[in-house]
Ligand binder design. Structure first.
Ligand SMILES: *[C@@H]1O[C@H](CO)[C@@H](O)[C@H](O)[C@H]1NC(C)=O
Ligand SMILES: *[C@@H]1O[C@H](CO)[C@@H](O)[C@H](O)[C@H]1NC(C)=O
Ligand SMILES: *[C@@H]1O[C@H](CO)[C@@H](O)[C@H](O)[C@H]1NC(C)=O
Ligand SMILES: *[C@@H]1O[C@H](CO)[C@@H](O)[C@H](O)[C@H]1NC(C)=O
Ligand SMILES: *[C@@H]1O[C@H](CO)[C@@H](O)[C@H](O)[C@H]1NC(C)=O
Ligand SMILES: *[C@@H]1O[C@H](CO)[C@@H](O)[C@H](O)[C@H]1NC(C)=O
Ligand SMILES: *[C@@H]1O[C@H](CO)[C@@H](O)[C@H](O)[C@H]1NC(C)=O
Length: 812
C-alpha cells in the first residue's frame, strides 16, 4: 500500500489468445472463456479474519455486486522458519480460495511476495534479514532464490489443488512484486533487471492465467501494469501496451489508521464517482476495492504504528458487518454498470462536451444497444441537455443511463439507508477480586547473559521474537547527585528505569519513529542500575532496503553538574522480551508457572493482569473496551488479539482505538482466560466486554431529488425497445440486520425536516401523522417501505412546498 495516488499492477498472460476455460486479455479487458469482462473486485485478507467468518464475508461481497475477491499471500505467515510451512487456521489459503470458488466468485491472487499491506515487515519473514549478503527486492541472488522458492511453493500448491482458472479453478490473475516502481530508483542498476527477472520467473511458472505488476509502468510483456490509488480515473497513465487492459488493483475505500492519527473517511459518493471515471476515461475494466473488508491485525502482525482495526470504514467493517450507506451505494453502482457492461466492452465509444465542465460518454453497439454516462466535474450542480432531454446533475457526479435515456444511478445520490453501529458493554470487570496480577521483574545488568560494549540494533538482536528489548547497565557514582539522562532512540517506545523506578517514557510516531527522551534522575552514591526498555510497535513495511532499517537505542548520556558521561560505548547487558512472554503466561498452561497475586490497586508499570469471563450470549461479534488501559497486548485463551495503545492520542485528544475485536472462534461458552500485559499504569477495572450490532437505521428522500430506478430487467435493457417502468415515487426503505426487528421509530417527519441522517430536526412543515403512519407500517417488522406520498400521510401538510421524508428507527 502507498498513498493516495495509484498503485499499478502489471498483468502477464500466457502467450496466445483466447481459448475456452482460459484467461487472456486484450486492450479492453480480461477475457474469460472468450468473453470480455467488466470486473468488480474487493480485497479480503484471510489472516485478518477467522475461518468461521470467511463464508459470510464472501457472501456479503457477492451480494454487494463483486465478481472477484482479491487477497495477498502472506509469506511470513506461511514460512515462519526457512522451509517450515504453516497453512493452518487463519493461514489456510487453500480453504479460503475454495470457499470463494464455492460461492461462484473469481480470485485475484497477489503473491508479492513482498506485499507491504501495513503487515509486519511487508510480509517478508524476518529470517531473511539474516541471510548472508541479502538485499531485498533487488537483483540479488540470495533474495531471488528465496523469492522464487516461496512463489514456486505457493503456485505448485495451488496448482495441485487445481485452483487456477486454466485448471477449472477460480484464480483469474496473479500478481508478482508490489508497487516496486516506488522504490526501484534506490536500487540503481540492480532495479530494472530485477523487474525483468521477477516477470520471467512468474510467467515461467505457467499458471495459465495472466500476471500483473501494480504501479510498474515498465512491466515487461506479457505482464500487465496496473494502477493503485484513490483516483486512478485521473492519475493512471494507462497500460504500457495497447494490447493490455486498464486494471485498478487497489481502489482505496478509505486509508489505514495509525496510533496517534485517524484519517478522513472517504464517502460512498466519492468512491462511486472515481470508479465510473476510471471506466470512462481510462477504459477501466477491473476495479478492486482496497479494502472491501479490512478485518483485524491480530497478534503482532501490524506494521509500525498500525492499529489493530484495519480499514474499519470499508464496505464491510472490521467485524464483517455491512457498513451503510457505503456497501449499498456501491452495490447499486455495480448493478447499474452491469446493465451497461456488454455495451461498454463491445460498443463504440464517443464523448463530447455538454458544458464547461460537463461531458457525455456514449457507447453504441451494432445491435442497437446504447449506454450513456453524463459527467459533471463541477462542484456546482448542472442542468444539461442530452439527446433532447434535460438532466439534472448534482455537483461532482456521474449519471448512468443504460439505455441512453433513463437515469439508473447517479454517483452522488445515495438512496441506501444509513446505519449506526453500537458496541454495547454487556460485562464489566470493575470488581477488584475478579483480577489477579503478576509484576514483570525489571532486569538489572547482573541478570543478563547477552553482553555487548555497544548499543545493539533492536531487530537484529530480538529477531522479532518480541516487541521488547531491555538495555541494562550498572553505573558507578562516587556521590549521590541529580543528573539528566538523555536517550536517543531510533524507535518506537522507551521506558527508563533507574534502580527499579520508572523515571520517564517516550515514543516516536508513524512519520518519525525516532525521538529523544530526556529525564531528570537522582543517582545514589555507589552502584546505580540503569534498565532501559525499548519497544517496537510492529516492524516497518515499506521503502527500499528494509533489511537495513534500524530501531532501538542509539545513544545514552548522563549529565552531572559539570560532567558528561557517554554511555553509548559502555558495557551493556541485554534481555530479549518479557519473562512472562517466554513462559507464555497468557496461556492456561503457562499462567500456572508464575505466582499471581490479588489485585492491589497499585497500577505499577509492566504488570500482567488476568481474569476469566463467560462469552456474551448470541452470535453478534464481540469486542473488548480497553479504554482505561495505557499500552500493551491482550490475549484471549492464549491467542493474541493484538497490541493496544490507548495513551497515544490523536491530535484531537482521543485514543485512536479503544475497542478491540475478539473473534467468536477465540471464545468458549464459559471461563475464558483474558490476560493483559500493561506497560503503563492502566486500570483493568475499567475494562468491559460487549457485543457489536447495528442498532439504528435511517432513510431520507426528497421529492425535489427523486432517486433513480435501478430495478430494471436486464432483457428490457439489451433489447432497448420495451417501455421501462421508472419514475416511481421516492420512498424510504429500512431494513434491520438478520434476526432483528424495528423496535421503535426514533424520528419520522414527512414535511420539511432539517438536516439528514447524521442530525435532524422537525422543520416548519411537518405532518402530525408522520410518527403514527411510520410506526404502523414498520414496528415489529425486519424491513419496511414508506412511499413519500401525501396520500400515505392522510393529506398534504403544506401544499406547494417540496417535501422530504426522513425516518430513523431502532433495531431491537
Ligand atoms: C526451496 O528450497 C529448499 C532448500 O532450501 C528446497 O528443499 C525446496 O525444494 C525448495 N522449494 C521449491 C519449491 O523450490
Ligand atoms: C494523519 O492522517 C492524515 C490523512 O488523513 C495525513 O495527511 C497525515 O499526514 C497523518 N498524520 C500523521 C502524523 O501521520
Ligand atoms: C478508487 O477509490 C477511490 C476512493 O477510494 C474512488 O474515488 C475511486 O473512484 C476509485 N476508483 C476506482 C477505479 O475504483
Ligand atoms: C473525450 O475523452 C477524452 C478522454 O477522457 C478526453 O481527453 C477528451 O478531452 C474528451 N473529449 C471531449 C470533447 O470532451
Ligand atoms: C431530437 O429532436 C430532433 C428534432 O425534433 C430530432 O430530429 C432528433 O431525432 C431527436 N433526437 C433524439 C435522440 O431523440
Ligand atoms: C529537570 O530539573 C530542572 C531543575 O531541577 C528543571 O528545570 C527541568 O525542567 C527538569 N527537566 C525535566 C525534563 O523534568
Ligand atoms: C392525518 O391524517 C388524517 C386522516 O387519516 C387527516 O384527516 C389529517 O389531516 C392528517 N393530518 C395531517 C397534518 O396531515
Amino acid at each position: 500500500m502507498w498513498w493516495w495516488f495509484g498503485w499499478l499492477c502489471i498483468v502477464a498472460t500466457v502467450t496466445g489468445s483466447v481459448s475456452g476455460g482460459s484467461v487472456t486479455y486484450d486492450g479492453r479487458s480480461l477475457i474469460i472463456d472468450g468473453r470480455r469482462q467488466l470486473l468488480f473486485s474487493g480485497s479480503i485478507h484471510y489472516p485478518r479474519s477467522t475461518p468461521d467468518m470467511w463464508p459470510s464475508l464472501i457472501t456479503k461481497a457477492k451480494q454487494g455486486g463483486l465478481n472477484v475477491i482479491d487477497t495477498y499471500v502472506f509469506w511470513n505467515v506461511h514460512e515462519p522458519q526457512p522451509n517450515k510451512y504453516d497453512f493452518s487456521g487463519r493461514g489456510d489459503i487453500v480453504s479460503f480460495i475454495k470457499q470463494i470458488q464455492a460461492q461462484g466468485l473469481y480470485v485475484c491472487l497477489r503473491i508479492g511476495p513482498f506485499i507491504e499491506s501495513e503487515w509486519t515487515y511487508g510480509g517478508l519473514p524476518f529470517w531473511l534479514h539474516d541471510v548472508p549478503g541479502i538485499v531485498f527486492r533487488s537483483d540479488n541472488e540470495p533474495f531471488k532464490f528465496y523469492m522464487k522458492n516461496f512463489t514456486t511453493k505457493i503456485v505448485n500448491m495451488l496448482k495441485s489443488e487445481k485452483l487456477f482458472a486454466s485448471q477449472g479453478g477460480p484464480i483469474i490473475i496473479s500478481q508478482i512484486e508490489n508497487e516496486y516502481q516506488n522504490v526501484e530508483k534506490a536500487f540503481h542498476e540492480k532495479g530494472p533487471p530485477y523487474v525483468i527477472w521477477a516477470a520471467k520467473m512468474a510467467t515461467d511458472l505457467e499458471t495459465g492465467v495472466p500476471w500483473v505488476m501494480c504501479k510498474q509502468d515498465d512491466a515487461p510483456d506479457p505482464v500487465i501494469n496496473t494502477c493503485n490509488g484513490m483516483r486512478c480515473g485521473e492519475t493512471f497513465v494507462g497500460p504500457n501496451s495497447p494490447n493490455k487492459p486498464a486494471l485498478w488493483t487497489e481502489n482505496w475505500t478509505h486509508f489505514y489508521d495509525t496510533y496517534g492519527n485517524i484519517t478522513k473517511i472517504r464517502s460512498a459518493e466519492d468512491i462511486a464517482y472515481n470508479v465510473v471515471l476510471f471506466i470512462l476515461k481510462k477504459k477501466g475494466s477491473f476495479i478492486n476495492y482496497y479494502m472491501y473488508h479490512g478485518g483485524t491485525n491480530f497478534g503482532r502482525t501490524a506494521s509500525s504504528f498500525i492499529i489493530t482495526a484495519y480499514y474499519d470504514q470499508a464496505p464491510l467493517d472490521e467485524y464483517g458487518l455491512i457498513r451503510q450507506p457505503k456497501w449499498g451505494h456501491l452495490k447499486e453502482l455495480h448493478a447499474a454498470i452491469k446493465l451497461c457492461s456488454e455495451t461498454l466492452l463491445y460498443g463504440v465509444p464517443s464523448n463530447f462536451s455538454l458544458g464547461v465542465l460537463q461531458e457525455a460518454y456514449v457507447y453504441h453497439e451494432d445491435s442497437g444497444g446504447c449506454a450513456a454516462f453524463l459527467v459533471n466535474a463541477n462542484g456546482q450542480k448542472a442542468l444539461v441537455k442530452f439527446q433532447n432531454s434535460t438532466y439534472d446533475l448534482p455537483p461532482k457526479s456521474i449519471s448512468i443511463l443504460p439505455d441512453c435515456k433513463t437515469v439508473a444511478f447517479n454517483t452522488a445520490k445515495v438512496n441506501t439507508q444509513v446505519n449506526t453501529r453500537t458496541r454495547q458493554p454487556t460485562m464489566k470487570f470493575y470488581s477488584a477480586d475478579k483480577w489477579e496480577e503478576h509484576r514483570e521483574v525489571i532486569p538489572i545488568f547482573e541478570d543478563t547473559s547477552i553482553r555487548s560494549d555497544v548499543l545493539l540494533e533492536q531487530m537484529s538482536t530480538t529477531k522479532d521474537v518480541s516487541d521488547y528489548l531491555w538495555y541494562t547497565a550498572s553505573f558507578q557514582q562516587s556521590e549521590g547527585s541529580n543528573s539528566v539522562l538523555r536517550l536517543n532512540s531510533l524507535g518506537h517506545v522507551l521506558r527508563a528505569f533507574v534502580n527499579g523506578v520508572l523515571l520517564g517514557s517516550g515514543h516516536g510516531s508513524k512519520k518519525n519513529p525516532g525521538f529523544t527522551l530526556e529525564t531528570n534522575i537522582s543517582l545514589n552514591n555507589g552502584v546505580n542500575e540503569i534498565s532501559l526498555l525499548s519497544a517496537m510497535v510492529g516492524l516497518p513495511d515499506s521503502g527500499a532496503f528494509l533489511e537495513r532499517r534500524a530501531a532501538g537505542l542509539q545513544a545514552v548520556t548522563i549529565r552531572d553538574n559539570n560532567e558528561l558521561h557517554d554511555l553509548t560505548k559502555y558495557s551493556w547487558g541485554y534481555q530479549i522480551g518479557m519473562l512472562g512472554e517466554r513462559l507464555q503466561i497468557y496461556t492456561e498452561k503457562g499462567s500456572s508457572d508464575v505466582q499471581w497475586t490479588t489485585h492491589e490497586h497499585s497500577y505499577q508499570p509492566l504488570t500482567w493482569y488476568k481474569t476469566n469471563f463467560d462469552s456474551p450470549v448470541g452470535t453478534d461479534p464481540v469486542a473488548i473496551n480497553l479504554g482505561s488501559m495505557g499500552k500493551g497486548e491482550a490475549w484471549i485463551n492464549g491467542q493474541s488479539i493484538g497490541r493496544y495503545w490507548i495513551s497515544y492520542h490523536t491530535p484531537d485528544g482521543s485514543p485512536s482505538q479503544i475497542w478491540y475485536h475478539i473473534p467468536r472462534s477465540f471464545l468458549k461458552p464459559t471461563n475464558n482466560l483474558l490476560v493483559l500485559f500493561e506497560e503503563e499504569s492502566g486500570d483493568p477495572l475499567g475494562i468491559s466486554v460487549g457485543t457489536v450490532s447495528i442498532t439504528k437505521v435511517c432513510g431520507h428522500v426528497s421529492d425535489s431529488n427523486p432517486p433513480p430506478m435501478i430495478s430494471w430487467k436486464r432483457q428490457t435493457i439489451s433489447q432497448n425497445k420495451e417501455k421501462m417502468h421508472y419514475g416511481r415515487r421516492p420512498k424510504v426503505q429500512l431494513s434491520c440486520p438478520p434476526k432483528r426487528r424495528i423496535s421503535k421509530i426514533l424520528f419520522a417527519s414527512f414535511g420539511s425536516p432539517s438536516g439528514n441522517c447524521e442530525g435532524y430536526a422537525v422543520g416548519s412543515c411537518h405532518s402530525s401523522n408522520s410518527t403514527d403512519v411510520v410506526e404502523k407500517a414498520c414496528v415489529g417488522k425486519r424491513r419496511c417501505t414508506i412511499p413519500q406520498s401525501y396520500q400515505k400521510f392522510g393529506g398534504d401538510p403544506c401544499p406547494g412546498i417540496h417535501k422530504d421524508l426522513l425516518i430513523e428507527a431502532q433495531c431491537g
